[in-house]
Design a protein around this ligand. Structure first.
Ligand SMILES: [Mn+2]
Length: 317
């Protein structure tokens, strides 16, 4: 594991403030909440005099186990250090009051992180499979051990963002941090149980996607308009987590879901095993990673533009 001197710089910023608020991205996922919750736990354990808060909506499944989100007043925010996790741009931070913090620092693993330059220290490790891994390395680089409570929270992000160690870059750090987590006595079974517990509604929705997706020239896609989502009893964010129903199909290079919200805006999730889908997401104003990216459309009837753009990308490789 490479030592990163920015880790010490960032810890010094934490030490300098009495009050700290941790911010994540819109539609927070397991990794985002994992980073918020583990950092809060780490600070509480090692700097018990500090006030530390997590703001935003959190990751629903994990909240009963790792703690609810905090209600943070404007006053607190304007007197705090803001720590931003798992997001590259200011615009995608869920609680936009972040701009009122006294100072902002950031942990991330996305490409082109902090183009606006709002963070005084930005640790953006694009080789990391999860932002939780970046925070694990921050803890270790600063000479702390990962406790059981911090470890379980970190593992949530590592396992969800890497698809249980399926989507890894070339470095071995995910395993090194996971090794320390295991040695902390973390109960991984508990995490898997709440993550993979399924319900009847989601089984039926997955069945619908599996039965109705279309394939055009190597691109599998499902269009879920609001009427369909209403019938299935799920919202567009939840539907967007089901894109991998179409994964690993022979002859399919990329798979995409289009899910429409009540106001007609469409959340698009793009996946692939080799193709660079981030390039396509960026063309439509989104972003993400090479094999997992997202964007939005104003009109569900425009879905074919994204599909055609992916087909173009397949032809160009
Ligand atoms: Mn992430």
């Amino acid at each position: 594991m490479m030592f990163n001197p920015l880790n010490i710089q960032l810890l010094n910023r934490v030490k300098a403030y009495h009050s700290i608020v941790i911010f994540g991205h819109t539609s927070p996922d397991g990794d985002c909440f994992s980073c918020q919750s583990s950092l809060k736990q780490f600070i509480k354990e090692n700097f018990p005099d500090k006030e530390v808060y997590v703001t935003g909506s959190g990751f629903r499944k994990a909240l009963p186990y790792f703690g609810e989100m905090d209600i943070v007043s404007d006053d607190i925010i304007s007197n705090s250090l803001g720590i931003v996790v798992d997001v590259s741009d200011l615009e995608r931070i869920e609680d936009q009051r972040v701009v009122n913090c006294k100072e902002i620092v950031k942990f991330d693993h996305h490409i082109n992180s902090d183009r606006e330059g709002f963070a005084s220290v930005n640790i953006a490790d694009i080789s990391a499979g999860s932002c939780a891994e970046v925070i694990g390395k921050f803890i270790l680089d600063n000479g702390y051990e990962i406790s059981k409570d911090v470890g379980e929270r970190l593992y949530l992000g590592i396992t969800t963002d890497t698809g249980r160690f399926l989507y890894l870059n070339k470095d071995a750090d995910s395993f090194i941090v996971a090794d320390k987590i295991l040695k902390s006595g973390a109960d991984l079974k508990k995490i898997y149980n709440f993550l993979y517990e399924s319900d009847i509604i989601s089984a039926r929705a997955k069945g619908y996607i599996g039965y109705n997706f279309m394939v055009k020239e190597g691109v599998a896609y499902i269009v879920l308009n609001k009427e369909v989502l209403n019938k299935l009893g799920i919202d567009y964010n939840y539907a967007s987590t089901m894109v991998n129903v179409m994964s690993n199909l022979k002859g399919v290079e990329s798979w995409v879901s289009f899910a429409e919200n009540i106001d007609g805006e469409v959340r698009v999730e793009l996946r692939s095993s080799h193709l660079n889908v981030q390039k396509v997401a960026v063309k439509f104003g989104g972003g993400g990673h090479e094999n997992a990216a997202g964007c939005k459309l104003k009109d569900i009837n425009k879905y074919i533009d994204v599909v055609d753009c992916l087909i173009e990308e397949i032809k160009n490789v």
